[in-house]
Design a protein around this ligand. Structure first.
Ligand SMILES: NC(=O)c1ccc[n+]([C@@H]2O[C@H](COP(=O)([O-])OP(=O)(O)OC[C@H]3O[C@@H](n4cnc5c(N)ncnc54)[C@H](OP(=O)(O)O)[C@@H]3O)[C@@H](O)[C@H]2O)c1
Length: 346
């Protein structure tokens, strides 16, 4: 099977190559990026592959194309690539709210991997902070029902790609010699700081990252009216996003019932510990493919409650991007995708 990877030199693209290499799939990779990277070399399963500048001809014969080259690239090229024969699995925000494009997290809504006749053969990967949120929310929804979600995120600089990583590294290094470079990627210095909004802020005061979490979560969980209150914060960490989540359930539960659910939930690594040294942190979780849930608790002094609190953390470049995309590819390659017959009959 031939698989194109567009954006292969980027923060997400590099992880896609690792995840594809670790998958059991028998694949030939076509590694593409911008003209800036023409001739760069990547390793795939011990073989050196030359990166080529993107052109549609190079993707001929690819059954799948994984894309992480940004929203503009995607809007300009995804349809063309899918018309040339590839199923496109796209990491950007370009197609996530298009009702004809499935928005999929394999543990949550694999049945949405369907294409209607005549629709684009594009699948959207959700935003990194959405993916790790919907995995535990979906388990709670299916077991108890959910009515309201309050989430505050703590998001690393790799969420902004290679340029975010470089800016934090340069500011940290420069800080102690009084040569800290001024911010270029972020609106204020990110080193030793917290930025209380991610991306642009709209006139009503919500930032785009908050809008993405809210709209994508509602779509994936098929709860269009779910009330979600989100606050997204950029932190001076290199990798992994953490989220402090409070959920109001449709019925009261005990702590044991909630823990039992997370213990058996698909895709979740549940840490049932009150020892702070065992709690999952960005440095503990970096490079891992799971969604980690810990600090599960009810409101203070409650024996049972319809409110539940927890901490969820995942590697934004892995499960938040590359791993989710490769899992979608694995599902499709195994035949887990079909034509939507309802639409086919229309
Ligand atoms: N970082 C995350 O946690 C995360 C999570 C979920 C989704 N995403 C999304 O994934 C996409 C990539 O993010 P990233 O963090 O990997 O960014 P990045 O580190 O800046 O990498 C961007 C990649 O896109 C390539 N590229 C840019 N313009 C191109 C063009 N015109 N033609 C072909 N390739 C082009 C770059 O190639 P060169 O190296 O040649 O410039 C590079 O390989 C974005 O849409 C982002 O929103 C990111």
């Amino acid at each position: 099977m031939k698989v194109g990877v567009v954006g292969v030199t980027g923060a997400v693209g590099r992880e896609m190559i690792t995840d594809l290499a670790d998958s059991g799939l028998d694949i030939e990779v076509v590694p593409l990026a911008s003209a800036r990277s023409e001739g760069a070399v990547i390793d795939f399963r011990g073989k050196s592959l030359k990166v080529r500048a993107f052109s549609i001809e190079l993707l001929k014969g690819c059954e799948f194309t994984l894309m992480s080259a940004g929203g503009d690239f995607s809007r300009n090229h995804a349809v063309e690539i899918s018309s040339a024969g590839s199923v496109v699995i796209d990491n950007s925000s370009a197609w996530r709210m298009d009702p004809t494009v499935p928005l999929v997290v394999p543990e949550v809504n694999p049945d949405d991997l369907q294409f209607g006749v005549g629709t684009k053969r594009i699948i959207a990967n959700p935003n990194c902070s959405t993916i790790q949120l919907v995995v535990p929310l979906s388990a709670l929804k299916n077991a108890f029902g959910i009515q309201q979600v309050i989430v505050a995120s703590y998001q690393s600089v790799s969420g902004t790609g290679q340029k975010g990583i470089s800016e934090l590294a340069a500011q940290v290094q420069g800080h102690f010699s009084f040569k800290e470079p001024p911010p270029q990627v972020y609106s204020q210095p990110i080193a030793f700081n917290l930025l209380p909004a991610i991306d642009k802020i709209d006139l009503a005061g919500h930032c785009f990252e908050e809008e993405k979490i809210i709209r994508e979560t509602r779509r994936i969980l098929k709860l269009p009216d779910l009330q979600i209150l989100a606050t997204t914060v950029r932190t001076p960490t290199f990798n992994c996003h953490g989220e402090a989540v409070s959920v109001r359930l449709a019925r009261k539960v005990t702590l044991d019932q909630a823990k039992e659910l997370f213990r058996g939930a698909k895709g979740i690594n549940f840490i049932d510990s009150t020892d702070a040294s065992e709690l999952p942190t960005p440095r503990m979780v970096a490079g891992d493919r799971a969604v980690w849930v810990s600090r599960v608790r009810l409101p203070l002094d409650a024996d049972e409650s319809d409110w539940l609190q927890f901490w969820v953390i995942a590697d934004n470049l892995k499960k938040g991007a590359a791993t989710n995309a490769v899992q979608i590819l694995e599902l499709l390659a195994a035949g887990g995708c079909g034509q939507n017959h309802d639409e086919a009959n229309d």
